[in-house]
Design a protein around this ligand. Sequence first.
Ligand code: HEM
Ligand code: HEM
Length: 137
Amino acid sequence: MDRFVKGFIVMSIVYLAVSTVLGIAMVVSQEMNAFRFVHSHLNMLGWVSMMIFGVGYHILPRFVGRPLKHPLMGEIQFYVANVGLVGMLLFYTLNAYNPSDTHVALTAIFGAMEGLSIFMFIYNMLVTIVPKTEMPH
Ligand code: HEM
Ligand code: HEM
């Protein structure tokens, strides 16, 4: 298993744990509803997407019998995705408590970073699995 595959799976499980605790806190306390965006994106981008990135990088190239086209890009995507997600959620929350243009701009920058990481996965996966497999004669 590649290092970044394991990284995605471990971080996905960490985000599941954090978002579950947050979700329960949101049920218990109305004030915690300010964390709905954090909870939903920890779940959708953290738990769900990162588990799919990790499992997808490992399994999808094997389905077509070819290695991942750009493994270094997968490694870089791991860091871009995690920094993007944590940065976006941190500055979104800071902006909710202390609104400022700087917080909005930083939320957007880290959000764009998260978007970039998603497109790195899309590109790497498509160039790996779309080309036709050579049939042995
Ligand atoms: C123990 C587990 C969980 C608890 C206690 C919990 C609790 C909550 C609460 C209280 C809200 C706010 C609802 C509202 O404001 O109306 C919420 C929203 C949300 N949760 Fe969870 N949740 C849990 C697990 C999950 C999981 C596993 C996922 C996804 C894989 C998820 C995805 C979402 C999403 C996307 C929203 C936003 C929905 C919207 O605003 O339309 N949650 N959750
Ligand atoms: C680069 C990635 C993403 C960015 C920058 C982003 C950004 C946002 C923003 C700005 C909102 C509105 C929040 C508000 O009302 O204050 C939102 C809501 C929402 N997004 Fe995303 N999103 C991303 C990815 C995703 C993905 C991949 C999913 C699901 C698979 C998702 C599910 C949702 C849901 C369910 C809501 C409504 C619930 C909520 O307000 O938390 N998002 N998103």
